[in-house]
Design a protein around this ligand. Structure first.
Ligand SMILES: Cc1ncc(COP(=O)(O)O)c(C=O)c1O
Length: 381
């Protein structure tokens, strides 16, 4: 809903018609992960995770994974559906793994794989974790679903592990798309994979949503009216019983694991200016940081060089109430990972705290200084 002022600040970037026809920028050439020879595109990241772990299970039969207890749930469900056994390790309130704690849990659980999530663009302590895996003969998987285009010490996230998974449509204006890259080890089962196309309705529906989203962000109420039209189209597709694969939800459906990235995403991908997108995200993060009341509690103390932020995470005491209040002002803040897939004893006190309090503010590449000032004003209020 557009706020009372007509300002609307969407969670994610949208698409504009020119995105389809723009010439590819020269700077795109050497960009990781799109330059890795062994990369496989999928419809979304959970499909990539499923197939990676299914290939590992096929090879080794028993696969134990040590994964963080603060997670979206989708990656855990995908690993479990593939037949892997998941054990949990904690992250602290700055969303960081402690290599000493990881080492102790490796002693206890003897995992084959360490599964690392880089949250919202901020890196985990990779040198120590790479070293830990090497010394113990473990394999390392980097989940970069939230960290496309991010770097640590000049090196891209996703290039440290044996394998890495990226979700493209979270950072880029695409209707769908994910990548699995194989950095050090190539799994035969993955080279034999046969993926199939997603239904036209799900791709067209999401593409239309992104086009409307961008107009809404720019035009407040006009866009809101268009959103109503888009919803009507969506309902019509549903009424025709067209199979639609949703993007951005929580859950795992084994019937959808073989979906490929759509050709429209591949086409758009060829035309994006990755360096420009990263620059805008960094600028927007800094601009919002400068305008937010100092009393607003930031999850991260700073924005290190090389980080491409997905959102601006803050801590709020009552997350649903804060999200509702911002939505009334047209700010689509995202409640980050309220629920755990495994809410038993695995969840540390810090993971419980993060699930209760982390709210994500939009800072994506489409946002203008006026929209960011609007976010700063109402969050500070
Ligand atoms: C850390 C993490 N990994 C994996 C996924 C799965 O991504 P997708 O929604 O593209 O399947 C998500 C999001 O759901 C995520 O946040």
């Amino acid at each position: 809903m557009a706020g009372m002022t007509g300002t609307f600040v969407p969670t994610y970037q949208g698409l504009s018609a020119t995105d389809f026809v723009r010439a590819a920028p020269a700077s795109r050439e050497a960009c990781f992960p799109f330059d890795v020879p062994d990369r496989l595109p999928f419809y979304r990241a959970r499909n990539a995770i499923y197939h990676l772990f299914a290939a590992l299970v096929e090879r080794d039969r028993q696969v134990t994974v040590l994964a963080p207890d603060y997670n979206s749930g989708n990656e855990i469900l995908a690993m479990q559906a593939a037949g892997a056994r998941v054990q949990y390790c904690p992250v602290d309130r700055r969303l960081q793994l402690d290599p000493d704690v990881v080492a102790r849990l490796c002693d206890r659980h003897r995992p084959d794989i360490l599964y690392v999530i880089h949250y919202i663009g901020w890196p985990q302590p990779m040198p120590a974790l790479v070293d830990l895996c090497r010394r113990r003969g473990m394999r390392l998987v980097e989940d970069c679903a939230l960290s496309l285009l991010s770097e640590m010490d000049g090196r891209p996230l996703g290039s440290f592990g044996d394998w890495a998974v990226f979700c493209l449509y979270k950072t880029l204006p695409l209707p769908n798309g994910a990548l699995l890259v194989q950095n050090t080890a190539r799994l035969d089962a993955l080279t034999r994979l046969q993926l199939r196309r997603a239904g036209a309705a799900s791709v067209a529906g999401r593409t239309a949503e992104l086009l409307v989203q961008r107009i809404r962000g720019r035009a407040g109420r006009i866009g809101a009216a268009l959103q109503v039209v888009k919803r009507g189209l969506g309902r019509a597709a549903g009424a025709l019983d067209v199979r639609r694969a949703n993007v951005g939800d929580i859950g795992f459906n084994v019937a959808e694991v073989d979906l490929a990235m759509s050709p429209v995403s591949a086409r758009l991908l060829d035309r994006l200016d990755f360096a420009g997108i990263r620059r805008r995200r960094v600028e927007n993060y800094r601009r919002l940081d400068a305008q937010l009341d100092p009393k607003v509690v930031r999850v991260f103390p700073d924005l290190p060089e090389g980080v491409c932020p997905l959102f601006f995470p803050i801590l709020v005491s009552d997350k649903p109430a804060a999200a509702r209040a911002l939505q009334r002002r047209g700010v689509d803040a995202l409640e980050f990972w309220n629920d755990s897939m495994d809410p038993g004893s695995e969840m540390s006190a810090d993971a419980r705290f993060l699930r209760a309090h982390v709210l994500e503010l939009p800072i994506h590449q489409d946002l203008t200084p006026r929209q960011l000032a609007h976010v700063a004003r109402w969050v500070s209020a």
